[in-house]
Structures are given as C-alpha cells and as structure tokens.
Design a protein. Structure first.
Length: 315
C-alpha cells in the first residue's frame, strides 16, 4: 500500500464527508493505493456515524473510536499502530489542511528519501494576536531548544516514512514535537515544505491559548527526555554532588572556624552558614536519590495503554 492518511478528529461532523471526497479524488487521480484512518477522539456529535457511513461505502476508510477524549497525541499513536502504508500522511479534519499537497509530500519521502516532511503554513488565516504571534514565539523556542530547524512544528500536515511512525512513542501532548522525537530516535533526514493553509470552513477551533502554555511545558519535558531520559542520574546525580560539595564546604569552614578562630563562643547554629550547609546537603542528597529512582524506574517500567478504544471499522 502506498499511503496511509491518519486523521485525528474531535466533533468535526460537518467537514468529514467533504474531506473524504477531496482525499479520495486526489488519491484516485494519482493512482495511489491508500487507506484513510479516522480516529474519533471522543466526539459528542455525529462524527462517528458519518465515519461508519463512509466505511460502509468505501473499504479504504477505516475508523477508530475512543471511549472518551484522550487527546490528539493518543489519537495519532493509535492511527500509527494501525497504518499499513509505506508513507503515512497526517492531517487535521477541519479542512484547513489541503489534500492536494499529498502527492508532493509522498514524492519527497519516496524519491527524495526524506524520513519526515513537515508542512509549513507560511501564510496563515488565523488571528494574528491569538495564534500567529504566539505560534512564532513557540516555534522559535522549539527550534532553539531541539536543534530541529522547522518553522512550523504545530502544523498537522506531515509525511513520514513508515519506519518513523513505527519506532516513536507519541504520548501526552507530544504530537507537536514528533519531528524532535524522530530525530532523537535516529531519523535525521527531516525537512519542511510550504503548504497552503485554508480558513476554517465549519465549526470552531478546539484549541485555545492554553495550548501554547502546555506546549512550552512539553518543550521543557522533551528537552529533558532527549538529554537525560535514558540516564537521569547524569543530571540529578551531578546536581546532587554539586549541592553536597557546597554544603560540605560550608560545614568544613564552620568546623575550622569554630576550632581555631572562634574567640567569642558564638554557637554554630547562630550562623547563617550552618543553615546554608544543612539545606544544600539535604537537597543534594534528594537530587542523588531522585537520580537513583529514575534509573530504577527506567529499568522496571512496563508499557501501558494510554487510551481505550470503543469501536473499530475495517481494521
């Protein structure tokens, strides 16, 4: 199979039929063998009913329905697990991503041998204040922190070589950082392509300003995981040793001063250096223990499903 199109969605009943018709037209005109996997992330409208109708009409349409809303990252993870195509395309269900981009994205993976091609919505139709400016700041921070030189990390339209999606673990809210996850997994041939961005035709956005706050927090998480995820002792152990040495240094100073230079009889507990020494040694010990616990957790962790599937279609 040439292409798997993975589409996570939440309450997009108005756009699904139009999106399916558009994708099918592009696929058939380019003679691709394909599948379209819709992942219903706990919709409360008629989205699943429409997906059922489409799957009954076309065996290329497949569906996954979550028991409740688990989030976009979990939806993508479920879609990636089921995808069978040589190239996997992800896109949003709100018609803001243009299916006409699919053939060129496919060619960049197959012919140009890229591992991942990320869409770049260079010209956007979103609000400048609520989305464009925060998005620019967010993308700048992501580039500086991760070392992946993309302009638009949050663009839902991306193309992947099959090996990429089968070897990365998308969880939490990490869908924004799939290129970083791919890089950390060893897939370094990553590029971007300017894609058309279209104004939302139906409904309202499911994301607010809080997604940028969550995005920056996730950025810190992925920076830590990429640097110290496999060896937490390298960070916590180093911090612990540094803090302990500082505390021990103050302790040594107080001891020498008490034995040889203290002529006033002042108690050690009356000196601020005593509390600095005590605090830093305790904190250093805690950091060291945190590093050990992190290593133990890594050695004993077990994979656990982060979502529950209610129904599947054609899978």
């Amino acid at each position: 199979m040439n292409i798997s199109v993975v589409i996570p969605l939440l309450n997009e009943q108005e756009s699904l039929t139009e999106l399916y018709d558009w994708i099918a037209k592009v696929m058939q005109s380019n003679h691709f063998s394909y599948e379209i996997i819709f992942i219903d992330d706990g919709s409360t409208d008629d989205s699943w009913t429409i997906i059922e109708q489409l799957s009954n009409k076309d065996a290329n349409v497949k569906g996954i329905r979550f028991l409740k809303n688990f989030g976009k990252s979990q939806a993508l993870h479920a879609g990636f697990e089921k995808a069978q195509g040589d190239v996997i395309i992800t896109m949003d269900a709100d018609l803001q991503d243009n299916p006409e981009e699919i053939p060129e994205l496919y060619n960049m993976i197959v012919n140009d041998k890229f591992d991942l091609v990320s869409g770049w919505k260079k010209k956007r139709y979103d609000s400048v204040i609520s989305k464009n400016l925060p998005s620019k700041l967010f993308n700048w921070a992501a580039r500086r922190t991760s070392g992946v030189k993309l302009h638009d990390f949050n663009c839902g339209l991306k193309a992947y070589k099959k090996d990429v999606v089968k070897n990365i673990d998308v969880n939490g809210e990490m869908h924004r950082y799939i290129p970083v996850l791919a890089k950390n997994a060893g897939f370094t041939k990553i590029t971007e392509k300017v894609v058309l961005h279209q104004a939302r035709k139906y409904g309202t956005t499911k994301f607010g300003m809080d997604r940028f706050i969550h995005g920056f927090l996730d950025l810190l998480t992925i920076w830590f995981i990429s640097r110290f995820g496999k060896r937490p002792m390298h960070l916590f152990g180093a911090l612990g040793v540094i803090m302990f040495i500082i505390g021990f240094g103050f302790t040594l100073y107080l001891g020498i001063d008490k034995l040889f230079f203290n002529t006033t009889g002042r108690l050690i507990t009356e000196r601020p250096q005593f509390y600095i020494a005590l605090s830093t040694m305790i904190i250093g010990t805690q950091f060291f223990i945190a590093g050990f616990l992190g290593e133990i957790i890594l050695q004993t962790k077990q994979d656990k499903k982060r979502y529950l599937i209610k129904d599947e279609l054609n899978l």
